[in-house]
Each structure stands twice: as C-alpha cells, then as structure tokens.
Design a protein around this ligand. Structure first.
Ligand SMILES: CC(=O)SCCNC(=O)CCNC(=O)[C@H](O)C(C)(C)COP(=O)(O)OP(=O)(O)OC[C@H]1O[C@@H](n2cnc3c(N)ncnc32)[C@H](O)[C@@H]1OP(=O)(O)O
Ligand SMILES: O=C([O-])CC(=O)C(=O)O
Length: 379
C-alpha cells in the first residue's frame, strides 16, 4: 500500500475508460476516437449521446429511432411538475432545484425498481428518460419562477431547439438552435471530471442511476466546476458596471486574492479546445448583434491572465458570453451544463457497472491519538 499523498487525486489513474480522451498539453479532446473539432459543427447532441452510450456514431436510421425514443420521454409526470412549481415558488437556486427534480424522477420511472441496478438495457432507458426530462424540468422551472405558463415539449424539434422553444415560448431560429446544440455537444463528456467521478463513486456502491446522476448534479454545482460559467458572466457584468478597464479590473481582483472564473484546469495546460470553439461563437454572435462588448472584455481578460498568470481559458469562459448573447438567463448556465453532461454521466455509470469495483480511497490520519475518554458529565 503506497503512502504517497495525492491531494485532490491529481494525476491518479483510477479506471480505464473508452469514452473520452484529453491531451492536456496538446489541448485535444476526443469522444470515442472522434475529435471535438469534427463533432462540434456537424454532429447533433443526440448523435453524440448515441456515440457515448453505444460506442459508434449512429446511422441515419439508428439516429432517427434514438431521437424519437428520446423525444417521447420529454413530458414530465404531474407529480414532478407540481414539485417544480413548489421549488419555483420557494425561489430555489436552479441547480438545487435540478438536483431535487432528478432525484424525484425515479419515483415515476418504471425501471427504478429493476432488481438489477447494473442491467444495461434498463440503465439506457433510465438514462434516456433523465436526459430527455432535464430540459423540460429546467425550462418549466424558469418559466414558473418568472410567473409564466409552462410550455409543453414538442416531439418534432431536436433536443437543443426544443429546449429553447420551451424556455422562450417560441421556436428558435436556426443560428440559435445550432449554436446551442453545439454547446451541448462540447459539454457532453470530459473524462473523470469531479461530477462524473462523483456519479461513478455512487454507482460503485451498486446504488442506482438516479442516485448517481443526482450526486453528479450536486457536484457540478460548485464554483470550481460547472458553477464557474455563471460566475464568468457575473464577472463580465461587474466589469461593465465598474467602468474599469477589464485588465485593470482583473488585476485588482487577483491582487485581492480572487480567483478568476473560467481560467485554469486540472488537466489542460493550454487553452481548452472547447474554449477555442466557443470563443469563435461568442465573436460571431457579437458581430451579428453589432455589439462586441462581451467578446472584447473576454479577449482582454484572456490576454491579461495569460501574460500575468500563465493560465488559459477553460470551457466555462466563452460559454458565458455565448449564452448571454443568446438571451439565456445567467443562473441557468450551470443547469444547462448539467443538461449536456448528463449524457456523459450516464455513459460513465454504465461503464462503471460493466466492470465494477467499489471506489474507496483512504486518508492519512493526522488527528489526535491515545486520548482518554471521559463520560459526558465528567468533561
Ligand atoms: C468545467 C470545469 O469544471 S472547468 C473548471 C471551472 N472552474 C473555474 O473556472 C474556477 C477557476 N479555476 C480554478 O479554481 C482552478 O483552475 C481549478 C479548480 C479549475 C483547477 O484547480 P487545480 O488543478 O487544483 O489547481 P490549483 O487550484 O492548485 O491552482 C494552481 C495555481 O494556479 C492558480 N490558479 C488556478 N486557477 C486560477 C484562477 N482561475 N484564477 C487565479 N489563479 C488561479 C492557483 O492560485 C494556484 O496558484 P498557487 O500555486 O500560486 O497557489
Ligand atoms: O474535466 C474537468 O476537470 C472539468 C470538466 O468537467 C470539464 O472541463 O468539462
């Protein structure tokens, strides 16, 4: 047994996976052998989820069947909708609302009581229902908290377009739908990131898919992980309100001991390849709107942090200005991340079940020793 301490499990290999490969020095991300740069512009989110869950890109026929099965699962049960209404009335934080809803979905899932939690077919069905229902739940939550009526899902729209339709009450144009679909593709999987690992730890105890995904949502919420995308936009807005030059603002923030959201990564030592693609999208949206402010602030910050700290943007940095220019509310950026990453979580949980071993590291004990116990009234 090695006594070498690896804080944060940095660099520790704990599993073999066929799902995604990251080369942190070259800035490369590959899903099952396909480069993210090839998938992002041309593959839909449904295609990528099929790839992650089934190992191959689907044929047209396979994709149609997969998409149809998924779109049929979009509706929420009345019990779940009632719960979402209550969460919206209680002004729950969106990621907490999503965590609660994902957990509740098992009450209405006909496979939830399956005698074998590792059963592949049942887990694909559960994964499909969770993946299909998260967008409906999120859009309903957002509308209800704004005092608007819930918009029911449509089966004739793709995963990305249907979400924007339910969120805004109108069908998105092609640019919006394609941009959003691409963002979903870019966020779908990323090795053993913290939320995925959390799902794997839960699954490794032979707990079920809903529990694993619920663990993952809770883990994604934190500001060091998925929560950073909303924090990036809050920072850009703070800079705008301050009337300070973005570089000066960031300099002051760093001197004040703040971390700059959207920068740094446990695996990438160079610019995240998804940030390259999202940066281009952010620029395009700015040009189309005739307002480059958010993109320009972002570029100025990227230059400054690169020069001063040698840190590069991660996926959360340019997704922020991209979503903002698409009119998406800032506090649902992280739930949107979950809406995509669920495809990866489900794939990793399935992979974990296929070759399961309980995940259980250990800590070096540095606490007190040999203390003498005294009953409570004698202390
Ligand atoms: C989808 C995702 O989860 S991507 C990541 C999203 N999170 C963020 O954007 C939050 C900001 N970034 C961070 O906090 C970190 O870069 C993390 C959490 C992503 C990675 O952290 P780790 O691999 O543990 O690196 P660690 O926290 O040890 O940082 C290494 C050094 O870089 C500095 N650093 C890292 N990121 C940042 C940052 N964003 N701003 C300022 N300094 C930073 C740290 O202060 C540290 O410096 P030090 O050694 O002088 O103390
Ligand atoms: O991989 C990580 O550590 C963080 C993550 O989820 C991502 O970058 O998509």
């Amino acid at each position: 047994m090695s006594d070498e301490l690896k804080r944060g499990l940095e660099g520790v290999l704990v599993a073999e996976s066929e799902l995604s490969h990251i080369d942190g020095d070259a800035g490369e991300l590959v899903y099952r052998g396909y480069a993210i740069e090839d998938l992002a512009p041309d593959a839909s989110y449904e295609e990528v989820v099929y790839l992650l869950w089934h190992g191959e890109l689907p044929t047209r026929e396979e994709l149609d069947e997969f998409s149809e099965k998924m779109s049929k699962e979009r509706e929420l049960d009345d019990g779940v909708l009632a719960e979402i209404r209550e969460l919206a009335e209680a002004d729950e934080v969106p990621m907490a609302a999503l965590r609660t809803v994902v957990s509740s979905l098992s009450a209405y899932d006909e496979d939830a009581d399956h005698e074998d939690v590792t059963d592949l077919e049942a887990n694909v069905r559960k994964g499909r229902r969770i993946t299909a229902k998260i967008p409906t739940a999120l859009a309903a939550f957002n509308r209800l908290r704004n005092g608007e009526d819930v918009v029911s899902p449509r089966q004739d729209l793709g995963h990305a377009a249907n979400f924007l339709y339910m969120l805004n009450g109108e069908e998105p144009d092609e640019v919006l739908a394609d941009t959003f679909d691409m963002a979903l593709v870019l966020h779908a999987d990323h090795g053993l990131n913290a939320s995925t690992f959390s799902a794997m730890v839960t699954a490794s105890t032979l707990s079920d898919m809903h529990s694993a995904v619920t663990s993952a949502v809770g883990t994604l919420a934190g500001s060091l992980h998925g929560g950073a995308n909303a924090n990036v936009m809050s920072m850009l807005k703070e800079i705008d309100d301050s009337d300070k030059d973005p570089k000066k603002w960031v300099q002051d923030a760093l001197e004040g001991g703040r971390r700059v959201p959207g920068f740094g990564h446990r695996v990438y030592n160079v610019k995240d390849p998804r940030a390259v693609i999202l940066g281009e999208k952010s620029e395009e949206l700015g040009e189309a709107a005739g307002d480059m402010k958010w993109y320009d602030y972002s570029v100025a910050i990227e230059e400054y942090i690169g020069e001063e700290k040698g840190l590069a943007p991660n996926v959360d940095f340019y997704s922020a200005s991209t979503y903002y220019q698409m009119g998406i509310p800032v506090d649902i950026y992280t739930p949107i991340f979950a809406m995509s990453r669920v495809g990866g979580w489900v794939a990793h949980v399935i992979e974990q079940y296929e070759d399961n071993r309980l995940i259980r590291p250990r800590a070096r004990y540095v606490g007190d020793e040999d203390r003498t116990f005294a009953p409570v009234d004698e202390r």
